[in-house]
Design a protein around this ligand. Sequence first.
Ligand SMILES: [Zn+2]
Ligand SMILES: [Zn+2]
Length: 199
Amino acid sequence: MYDALRSRYTFPCPTRGESSVALSAFRLVERLPGAAHPAVFRVRFACPCGGEHDALVGHDDLDWAPLGLEAGTFLNLMTSRVEPVAAELGDLAASRIGAGEWPWSFFCYPEERPRPVFPSFFALLAPGGGSLGLAVRCPGCHNLSVNLVSHSHVDVPFHNDAEVGVVGHVFADDALRTLEEFRAELYSAHFDVRRLSLE
Ligand SMILES: [Zn+2]
Ligand SMILES: [Zn+2]
């Protein structure tokens, strides 16, 4: 489902059969209720066919596959051999996280601080003005924050924008339930600039 070398998820498409999209093409991420372990998420994504479709993604694919932990095999051009790649990429990701680098981060407005995060905490995403609006459910305080980030900030693990836009108010628990509400918020919101350094 996830191709770590191309940073793309592959999902079924009713028009094309299947489509490959980056994480920034996700529009909505919702954990399905129930005690499934590992957890399963419903994802709505913007498809290259022009439509938006829903797909189911397991927790591992959502949070760990982009770090190369299920990357499968690749062709080693030096040895012309197909080799397992997951172990190497996984070790690299683990050592970077151990050194204090995080694959994803966001700025939590209620706590006034940057925080590390994983894609399963992304609630809503919508492009606009060359940037990407990102609503994150904070793993620490459980409040929603809305950041304005680059596409690379989401698509490229360990690429964190130096500064992000932050909507300067606290959202009620039932705010931003739908993509329509989120898009309306992005159009009307004022963004403050915050540094995203986790040090
Ligand atoms: Zn499609
Ligand atoms: Zn928080």
